[in-house]
Design a protein around this ligand. Sequence first.
Ligand code: COI
Length: 357
Amino acid sequence: MEISIVKAGPDQLKPKPADESNLGFGDIFTDHMFLMNYESAKGWFNPRVEPYSKISIEPAAMAIHYGQEIFEGLKAYHGDNGGISLFRPRDNYDRFNRSARRMCMPEVDIDLAITGTAELILLDREWIPKSPGTSLYIRPTMIATEPHLGVRPAKEYLFFVIIGPVGAYYKEGLNPVKIYVEDFYVRAARGGTGEAKTAGNYAASLFAAEEAKAKGFTQVLWLDAAEHKYVEEVGTMNMFFVIDDTVITSPLGGSVLAGITRDSAIQLVRDWGMKFEERALSIDEVISAAQDGRLKEAFGTGTAAVISPVGQITYKGKDHIVAGGKMGEISQRLYDEITAIQYGKKKDPHGWVIHID
Ligand code: COI
């Protein structure tokens, strides 16, 4: 399918951020976006790159009422050699299609989605920041647009990709964050939609996250919904714990998002010959390891945050300091290695980086 391109006129171009040290996350969007439409009788049609603008949908659009929405998060980088690359885009669009299946939404053609994303990025290439720690965040999204109020899968959808320059996700940057172990509210139950990247999972996380934030925490660590016993994820990141010399992360199990950065971290830890376990890890085991001094590190992984070290875990009113409240050695090594591969400073043995220019 041919992708049509309408470029923004001079009066539609927005000023680019002057200060790359202060980009934050998720507030700035470039001059264009990629869109396509779906109708069940026609399939996907009209793939196009257009000026970034408001979109118009009916108040009865089903996404608004019943939450048929999915999204992805991936990044583009200015390599040291001046080229532009994407990190594991096929894995993101594979996951997008898994989310689509779970939410009864149509899958996209991955090659077309990657081509449209790449054309959008190349058109807005001047927006890709160049300073260390910055990148271009890419947000593919699909919403149900059919105007209808009966509860069933919609027959019409809009797919769009918006992009924008970003810096660190957390205000802490690479400084360790404090996490609050949530033992009442739950994010996702087995058999639910926890492993789909769909808006409702994030909406479900807000109340507990706000309560935790008011107490001075950056993130909530979610436990399994059935027993409140096993650690799952923090909502914007997967979690890893280093107990003695073993790196441990929870299995996916249907309620945990299959993070691409999680998968990259697992691969690297294996490449380095470290002891690694993907297994159910109870919060009691984490806390007793922290008390005995055997919890060497804890960190989160995610596209937005990359690697985020955890300096404090609070459970049932007790604070447990991790790695002396500093970034641990493995967290730092993973951050350095993943970002070096992403920026093209190091060899990419797993073929994660796709050059688009
Ligand atoms: C990401 O890391 O890209 C995410 O999707 C997490 C978040 C900002 C929702």
